[in-house]
Design a protein around this ligand. Structure first.
Ligand SMILES: *Cc1c(COP(=O)(O)O)cnc(C)c1O
Length: 367
């Protein structure tokens, strides 16, 4: 049995004709950069996220960066986030000249520990970026109320959480803005690079729209120094096709998570992910924690089961962030988890018998 970590061809098989049609309609109308396909997807995605606006951009990283720029965040400012995320979260902060300030995560949920946020706020703090890591929404209410008290913005990094819910509300609608990635492997993936910002703020939406299009307020009227950060038509057209399946695919991921839970519970060595009572988790990643995880990964690889690690080195310990002067033992939970995570295969098309095979193989390794 061969179990890949991710299987996009299997996903595309089920909707191949629709995808091809969508791509051809972009080709025939030559609406490649921005344009009607992007506008349509923006409306659909905003509605899906229960937001007034969605702005399509070039990637998730760009969604975060342009949002921070639109809020006027720059040199001398601080933005609070977590060290256990994809590096893009911190890069976006650094790329507008601000400084990332990390707080540790909660050991049960792997997301920002709200009790640590107040202590990280300084007069320079301009925003907080909680990350809905692995598809589980952060415990947002306490973070949003701290932010309101200090008059700072909350920007969700929802790049792994399309469709996830917090107390029945959609990721992307929980702060001032939500930043999404449509990198091919995400729960909602484009056939290339793409991202979006969701918001209920008209002012923010307008500023990001300008920034992603060379600062243009109207043609040849460049009100701001902007950038080329438009989403392209092919990505948008295919995303519209896939958005219709997102709910069904997320439900399938949740079913697989349940199978993993049934197959792997009660093993001392393994810590399984939990779904918080306020959350509807969408399992972008199903990460278990095991001591000696490299050995388990090798063992499973021999059985042709591909696993991954998200992420083996927390951001503050990456060479790129040496300049922050943050040493080891600074964020104990994030560091411990980073050394133990193993991401198991999870996607809508993963057959039940393969999940059983993975569970049985792990149980065997543990015994
Ligand atoms: C994927 C991802 C990003 C970046 O998105 P890109 O589209 O790859 O630029 C940002 N944050 C998190 C948590 C991600 O998983």
């Amino acid at each position: 049995m061969d179990v890949p970590f991710i299987n996009l061809p299997a996903q595309h098989d089920s909707i191949r004709d629709e995808i091809v049609q969508a791509m051809l309609s972009v080709l025939d109308s030559a609406a490649f950069a921005g344009g009607p396909f992007v506008e349509r997807f923006e409306k659909e995605f905003a509605a899906y996220c229960d937001c007034h606006y969605a702005i399509g951009v070039g990637s998730g990283t760009e969604a975060l960066w342009l949002t921070l720029l639109a809020l006027g965040i720059g040199p001398g400012d601080e933005v609070i986030t977590v060290p256990n995320s994809f590096i893009a979260t911190a890069e976006a902060i650094s790329f507008c000249g601000a400084t990332p300030v990390f707080v540790d995560v909660d050991e049960a949920t792997y997301t920002m520990d709200p009790s640590l946020v107040s202590g990280a706020i300084s007069p320079r703090t301009k925003a907080i970026i909680p990350v809905h890591l692995f598809g589980q929404p952060v415990h947002m209410d306490p973070i949003v109320s701290i932010a309101e008290r200090h008059d700072i913005a909350v920007i969700e990094d929802a790049a792994q959480a399309h469709g996830a819910q917090y107390c029945g509300r959609r990721a992307g609608s929980l702060g001032l803005a939500g930043c999404f990635s449509f990198y091919p492997g995400k729960n909602l993936g484009a056939p290339g690079e793409a991202g979006a910002v969701t918001t209920n703020s008209l002012e923010l939406a307008q500023t990001i729209r300008m920034l992603r299009d060379h600062g243009q307020a109207s043609k040849h009227n460049h009100k701001l120094v902007g950038w080329n950060g438009r989403m392209d038509g092919i990505q948008a057209a295919v995303l519209s096709v896939k958005l219709k399946r997102l709910q069904e695919w997320n439900t399938a991921r949740r079913t697989i998570a349940k199978l993993y839970w049934e197959g792997l519970s009660g093993i001392d060595k393994i810590i399984l992910p939990i779904e918080a009572d306020y959350a509807t988790h969408v399992y972008h990643i199903f990460a278990i924690r095991v001591p000696n995880r490299d050995k388990l990964i090798k063992y499973l690889a021999k059985l042709n089961i591909q696993c991954a690690v998200h992420y083996p080195v927390p951001i503050h310990l990456q060479p790129a962030y040496k300049g922050l002067g943050l040493s080891e033992n600074k964020f104990l939970v994030a560091e411990k988890c980073a050394s133990e995570y193993v991401s198991l295969p999870i996607y809508a098309e993963l057959p039940d018998d393969q999940v059983s095979f993975i569970c049985d193989s792990i149980v065997q390794w543990c015994s």
